[in-house]
Design a binder for this molecule. Structure first.
Ligand code: PEP
Ligand code: MG
Length: 582
């Protein structure tokens, strides 16, 4: 049994067998065979070794001709290794004595060798580990393996283990087949993490190199609460986690009884709880959790989950589904926030050195007016189905806001000329997620109907910390005093100019932080649907005075660590049961 600590990004406990999506993307699902099948399995192994050796021999010949004998010799070494009698003995033993499949035997033994070479600390030995990986890939292919299609891993549900997962790969995971996932890289607030929360898939990222320690079919527990994985858990650990999972389910069911009650504090101050969604199908989860509307619809995920650019009709159908489900309650649709870590199959921008500071979000939309118009047309057409509000992401300058609004006006006129009905009043707002927007807020608020604080990016851009980078994850926190000052300024300016404000960054889904926001004067929070019940429970248990005390004290502290310790500590005194997870 081995425990590895990473970064918790999506709560929940998942227990199952590993489906490895390594850099080559091969998967091994079957690990055990019936004793009667051992002979056939040994034959499969022998045939695969011969087929792999033939392929490598062909590579050797071809590369010797085109690149010279030295390069060809690399493949000779591969063939030698592949035919190494010690390897063969170990593979055969696992099949013969322990009834493992040939794939599992190959992967387990080669993983062990690759790991041993890598841990010798010498670059030459690390290269040797790379050779072993290569042999594994060719052998698995010869055994009939296919690259793992993350959207459909076959019939067996399991835990996806991979080096990385992009937001669009995550968006395409089949919830019924992927019980949880764990990755070597990734940070606390990247979009992969956000999508995992949206899909309610337990996930841990930023674990560092661990793939070489497991094989396809290994037992794994993903603890999405504490941010760790347990490889090959022993029985008592497994039982403990099974019990913990049941406890959490019971707790979630108890919280569901609050669904139709308002999020009103003990001193009768009404807080609105809206939901963040990425896909139309999440409306079900929103309604089940008692969301009062949608505070952030990340519409770019329609783009990320399809092979081709969605048509106006496809956009329209998705938007209309969400609008209808919320029948008259507010739905804030954010226009495409593509780029940075959210690249589609067909990237709209060239590879950039600093994608988070590059051509992304509203900048990308304004540079691609045809694409932007398509989306705006679809949104406006859906506006007659309810209370649609349109929001522009990552607004940094007034010029961007004005250009985006002008395009929206043009689209509205075009639609009317084309004979479409659109709602008479559509509120238009912007995300406040770069420090420049906070500093210029007095000017922005005169030109919008509402603002939404995007604390994920505000944290990233204020602290100069990449939100999806595990190396700087310890610096990434929305309760850093510098970020808190920007949040407080935003809330104060919105109050002064009487502009509607909500907070839709992930910060609002942590109950202790949500109370701080209420203490600053925030009255609308938008969070992933799964976070809503516990937010409601926390809000209904405190007074605004309690929250103001937390806000005042937090602003007196000097470091993020102190703020976090104070907020969690005070939260535990206000709500001991919740802090203990009862
Ligand atoms: C944010 O930046 O806080 C936000 C809500 O938007 P996203 O996470 O999609 O960048
Ligand atoms: Mg953002």
């Amino acid at each position: 049994m081995l425990e590895i600590q990473g970064i918790a990004v999506s709560p929940g406990v998942a227990i199952g067998q590993a489906l490895i999506l390594d850099r080559e993307g091969y998967r091994i699902t079957r690990c055990q065979i019936a004793p009667a099948d051992r002979k056939t399995e040994l034959q499969r192994l022998e045939q695969a070794i011969e087929a792999a050796a033939d392929r490598m021999d062909t590579h050797r010949e071809q590369s010797a001709i085109s690149l010279g004998a030295d390069v060809g010799a690399i493949f000779s070494a591969h063939v030698q290794l592949l035919r190494d009698p010690r390897l063969r003995v170990e593979w055969r033993q696992l099949i013969q004595e322990e009834c493992f499949s040939a794939e599992y035997a190959v992967s387990t033994v080669l993983n062990r060798y690759a790991h041993a070479f890598r841990s010798m600390g010498s670059p030459i030995m690390a290269e040797r580990a790379g050779d072993i990986r290569d042999i594994e890939r060719v052998l698995l292919e010869s055994l009939g393996g296919h690259p793992l299609d993350v959207s459909n891993t076959g019939a067996q549900p399991g835990i996806l283990a991979s080096h990385d997962l992009t937001p669009s790969e995550t968006a395409n995971l089949d919830r019924r087949l992927i019980l949880g996932f764990c990755t070597e890289i990734g940070g606390p607030s990247g979009h992969t993490a956000i999508v995992a929360r949206g899909l309610e898939i337990p996930a841990v990222v930023g674990l560092g190199p661990f793939l070489q320690k497991i094989s396809g079919g290994s037992d794994i527990i993903v603890d999405g609460y504490r941010g760790r994985i347990i490889l090959e858990p022993d029985e008592p650990t497994r039982v403990r986690y099974l019990e913990r999972r049941v406890d959490r389910q019971c707790r979630a069911e108890r919280l569901n009884t609050l669904r139709d009650l308002p999020a009103t504090t003990r001193d009768d101050v009404r807080i609105r709880l809206l939901a963040n969604i990425e896909f139309p199908h999440e409306v079900e989860a929103c309604l089940a959790r008692g969301a009062e509307g949608v505070g952030l619809y990340r519409t770019e995920f329609l783009y990320l989950s399809s092979e081709t650019e969605p048509s106006e009709q496809e956009h329209y159908e998705a938007y209309s589904e969400v609008m209808k489900a919320f029948s008259g309650r507010p739905v804030v649709m954010r226009t495409l926030d593509l780029g940075a870590d959210k690249m589609g199959q067909r990237p709209l921008a060239e590879q950039e050195h600093n994608p988070f500071l590059g051509l992304c979000s509203i900048r990308l939309s304004l540079r691609n007016p045809a694409l932007f118009r398509t989306q705006l047309r679809a949104m406006m057409r859906a506006s007659i189905e309810g209370d649609l509000r349109i929001m522009f992401p990552m607004i940094t300058t007034l010029h961007e806001l004005r250009t985006a609004r002008m395009l929206l006006r043009q689209v509205s006129e075009d639609l009317q000329e084309d004979g479409f009905n659109i709602a008479g009043q559509i509120q238009v707002g912007m995300m406040v997620e770069v420090p420049a927007a906070v500093l210029m807020l007095e000017h922005f608020v005169r030109e919008v109907d509402f603002i939404s604080l995007g604390t994920n990016d505000l944290t990233q851009y204020t602290l100069a910390v990449d939100r999806s980078n595990e190396y700087v994850a310890d610096l990434y926190t929305a309760v850093d005093p510098a970020v808190l000052r920007l949040i407080k300024t935003t809330v104060d300016v919105a109050a002064q100019y009487q502009v509607d404000l909500s907070v839709c960054g992930e910060m609002s889904s942590t109950p202790a932080y949500a109370l701080l926001l209420v203490g600053f004067g925030v009255r609308t929070l938008s969070a992933p649907p799964a976070a809503i019940p516990q937010l409601k429970q926390a809000l209904r248990s405190v007074t605004v005075d309690d929250c103001q005390f937390m806000a005042k004290r937090a602003m007196e502290l000097e470091t993020a660590r102190e703020v976090d310790a104070f907020l969690n500590g005070h939260f535990a005194t206000l709500l001991p049961d919740m802090a203990l997870g009862v």
